[in-house]
Design a protein around this ligand. Sequence first.
Ligand SMILES: Nc1ncnc2c1ncn2[C@@H]1O[C@H](COP(=O)(O)OP(=O)(O)O)[C@@H](O)[C@H]1O
Ligand SMILES: [Mg+2]
Length: 265
Amino acid sequence: MDGHPQSSAGEPSPTDDVEPMDRSRTLAPLANLSRQARDPPIVVRHLDHWFGQGEARKQALFDVNLTLERGKLTVLLGASGSGKTTLLTLMGCLRRVQEGSVTLLGTELAGAPESVLVACRRRLGFIFQAHNLHESLTAMQNVRMGLEVHGREATMAWREASAHLLTLLGLGERLDYRPANLSGGQKQRVAVARALVGNPEIIFADEPTAALDKDSALQVVRLLKGLGAERGTTTLMVTHDTKIMDLADRIVTLEEGQVVSDSRM
Ligand SMILES: Nc1ncnc2c1ncn2[C@@H]1O[C@H](COP(=O)(O)OP(=O)(O)O)[C@@H](O)[C@H]1O
Ligand SMILES: [Mg+2]
């Protein structure tokens, strides 16, 4: 009876051969992933910014230093003209870094070519005051545009993802409504769903709740906080709403282009 196990002594078994290779293949990317997860999503160092030329040249940001933590909701506060939007658009690759450094998801934005900025932008979600929905498209179709902006193919799953987000935002009954038949607050919530459908790693929101009633505003912010906890999505939000500030993990205040306070809740 030939009862010998196949991997007899002296003969390398197939597993002996394969294991070290597999380990090197799987552990390297894992180590890489955990490093990325631990790295802060945004690091801003000595950032200055100017607008205008010659006599009209005016400095809007002065030596801003800021590191955002993954999965956290940071609120950016400051009077009108203090530089909030300038800072947000620099971090969001919507404006070129002039002086200093912005490292976004491990990529230095200062001096980066346009192709790199475009690739970075695809990993971000933007929620601005002006919702810019397409009037001819339904709520669902507008949300789908969020996937196309991210350069992702709208697979069959887009319907499920879009409907899920719109329902979470209280628009489950209005999936097929066009903007003309939605209130200002409802349109803004469609824009929020559009920003989130591509599963961005960082969300920049510039007064996203200005057009929303109190309940809808809280709904939006709770959704963003939930994404932070579940997916590690990082949010930086400009708001003056004290109810939202209560939900923030951190509040950073700008005054005349400088960070004047930074408190963790
Ligand atoms: N496109 C621009 N051209 C010239 N000046 C600008 C421009 N955008 C912003 N500024 C100036 O930069 C400063 C900061 O503006 P901004 O970042 O929009 O502030 P905030 O969002 O806090 O209201 C202000 O003095 C503003 O006038
Ligand atoms: Mg602004």
